[in-house]
Design a protein around this ligand. Structure first.
Ligand code: ARG
Length: 580
């Protein structure tokens, strides 16, 4: 609907240019917005105000000229001029029906797919030395939701799990693996809890000089490609990645071992990166370290900030691997767009990496690189989420607790469910509650994690939406013997029209999520759609409608509502239930 009206406006502008009302080289940015109050029509445009100055006419007068020049269209029933010169469009009801039919008959809901791009999505990317903690929830699920949305729109999405699998802490971990092996401890057992393994290794490092020396030796051996050392390192990473995989499966995040391309993958390229920066005249030595100084980034004293790419001793840094990664994504993966779902606090790092990469020619001018940062997940005290004793919370423990709480809740509400069904529902409700609570918040703000809130059946929560889906599904189950899908759509009741309009908004929202990386806009939409469906259902009996035509219309609206809710939730990586 929106695209059609925009196309009409575009033709109108061309006509006005022909009539020399505005200059031929003046190109206004065409925009229409949905109105809040339906008595003002369905869409409003401020085009007259935007062109008034260029046309040298009062906005209301120009608005009238626009209306006069507007091509005939079956989509629009009438236009009205309001206030200082807004043009309000009233969409014809039969046009609405046509669009609903089109959406019902199309797997993309009638959406016009954008030009196909190759989009690299950097997501999850935990450090393998430790277990995934709550901070990795956001990078995994927000990245996954946006990746799914881009795939839905037909883009070529390449997921990259840029895990931290290299660096000095591995010396300490490998030294401790050696010790454990010498004691005949099964390595996979010792690594079953990475958190305690890391702590124990650190303990040994701090208490024993010999151990610390061995750890340092192993770092050097690892870096110089010693085969035995590499084998040990691979073994460690395998176990750690298996832990991650378990979390991804529980979370229903689409990531596999094939998506892993960690920091270590760029090792062999790091010296070349530095050499190429040198060749591009970007490198400067500062106190023995190799740096790129950018005028774009200054410290509080106004001096340019360095991006360090090689330390005094020769070691490379986080920024160096990111420069190698960005070049790989550009040249090998042929990215048109690269998205990074990483904590907001790394904002400066990414701005610097992107700037250096562009100057060095690692990143083409027309390739978009975007850091889509996110805020912190806080506890109910408003401080970063911690265990009662102040430790970091393992993601897997948090998910298990959510499932347990959902189990208790569902059992209490529905004591007659079989144990199997109860487990399944608890799993879906628990996990989707954690995910939805996170995805529904504006990505860039911090948020407070509260089991109580996320598991509530009221408000913008997963249980509310999952329940809404089962309600629509229920109606449709009861109608399974009715042949309604081919019937004509007759949108008459206000609530039918409101629901139809809300359903058609889905495509706009999906496009927005893909463009801005904001799953919360989809959550808000699905929540509103559920509310609109509820009030439609209250006002418009479906199976008990007065006549078959009304019943069939309402059933078709229900089908599209069910499909839209399910599709929306699946873009968010959220499973739905048949009953709960
Ligand atoms: N491993 C890093 C961390 O846990 C995140 C990596 C994000 N991706 C990147 N390309 N730098 O903080």
């Amino acid at each position: 609907m929106k695209e059609q009206i925009l196309a009409l406006l575009e033709q109108t502008v061309t006509r006005l240019k022909e009539q020399q009302v505005i200059a031929a080289d003046f190109t206004p940015r065409l925009q229409i917005d949905r109105t809040r109050d339906k008595s003002h029509g369905d869409f409003a445009s401020n085009l007259a105000m935007m062109m008034a100055k260029a046309a040298g006419k009062p906005p209301r007068e120009l608005a009238q000229m626009i209306c006069d020049a507007l091509p005939e269209s079956s989509v629009i029933e009438k236009v009205e001029i309001a206030g200082p010169g807004f043009i309000n469009f009233f969409v014809a009801d039969n046009a609405l029906a046509g669009q609903i039919k089109a959406a019902l008959n199309d797997e993309h809901f009638g959406l016009k797919l954008p030009a196909r791009e190759t989009v690299v999505v950097d997501l999850s990317s935990p450090n393998l030395a430790k277990e995934m903690h709550v901070g990795h929830l956001r990078s995994s699920i927000i990245g996954d939701a946006v990746a799914r949305t881009l795939e839905f729109l037909g883009h070529n999405v390449i997921r990259q799990n840029h895990v931290g699998d290299w660096g000095t802490q591995f010396g300490m971990l490998l030294a401790y693996m050696e010790e454990k092996r010498a004691e005949n401890t099964e390595i996979s057992m010792a690594l079953s809890d990475l958190e305690s393994f890391y702590r124990a290794a650190k303990g040994r490092f701090d208490e024993s000089e010999d151990f610390a020396n061995r750890a340092r030796e192993l770092v050097v051996a690892l870096q110089s490609g010693d085969q035995q050392c590499l084998a040990l390192w691979r073994e460690f990473n395998d176990v750690s990645l298996a832990h991650c995989q378990e979390v991804y499966e529980k979370l229903n995040v689409k990531l596999t071992r094939d998506d892993v391309r960690g920091e270590s993958a760029y090792n062999d390229d790091l010296a070349q990166v530095v050499a190429d920066l040198e060749a591009a005249n970007l490198l400067q030595e500062d106190q023995g370290a190799m740096c790129v100084f950018l005028d774009e980034f200054k410290n509080q004293q106004g001096d340019p900030l360095p991006v360090i790419v090689q330390k005094k001793g020769g070691g490379f840094l986080y920024a160096t691997s990111d420069l190698a990664a960005v070049r790989y994504r550009q040249n090998q993966l042929n990215a048109d767009r690269i998205l990074y779902f990483v904590d907001q606090r790394q904002g400066l790092h990414f701005q610097q990496v992107f700037t250096v990469a562009r100057k060095a020619g690692f990143l083409n001018d027309n390739t978009k690189a975007e850091h889509l940062g996110f805020g912190t997940m806080n506890g109910e005290d408003g401080k970063p989420f911690k265990t009662r004793s102040g430790g970091t919370v393992k993601l897997i423990d948090l998910l298990n607790e959510a499932e347990q709480r959902a189990y208790d809740l569902v059992k209490q509400k529905n004591p007659d469910l079989s144990e199997n069904e109860l487990r399944h529902i608890a799993n879906v409700v628990g996990i989707s509650s954690v995910k939805y609570a996170d995805l529904s918040k504006n990505r860039s703000s911090d948020y407070i994690f509260s089991f109580e809130q996320m598991l509530s059946f009221e408000g913008n929560t997963a249980p509310y939406l999952l329940y809404a889906v089962t309600r629509v599904a229920n109606i449709l189950v009861k109608a399974k013997d009715i042949d309604f899908i081919g019937s004509e759509l007759q949108l008459e009741h206000d609530k039918e029209i409101e629901l139809a309009n809300a359903l058609l908004k889905f495509s706009e929202v999906v496009l927005k999520v893909a463009e801005r990386g904001t799953p919360h806009t989809l959550c808000t939409y699905l929540f509103e759609l559920s509310g609109i469906f509820s009030s439609f259902y209250e006002a418009c009996p479906v199976l008990a409608a007065d006549n078959d035509a009304a019943r069939d219309t309402r059933l078709q609206l229900s089908v599209l509502t069910e499909r839209t809710l399910k599709a929306g939730l699946s873009l968010l990586g959220i499973e739905t239930l048949e009953r709960m």
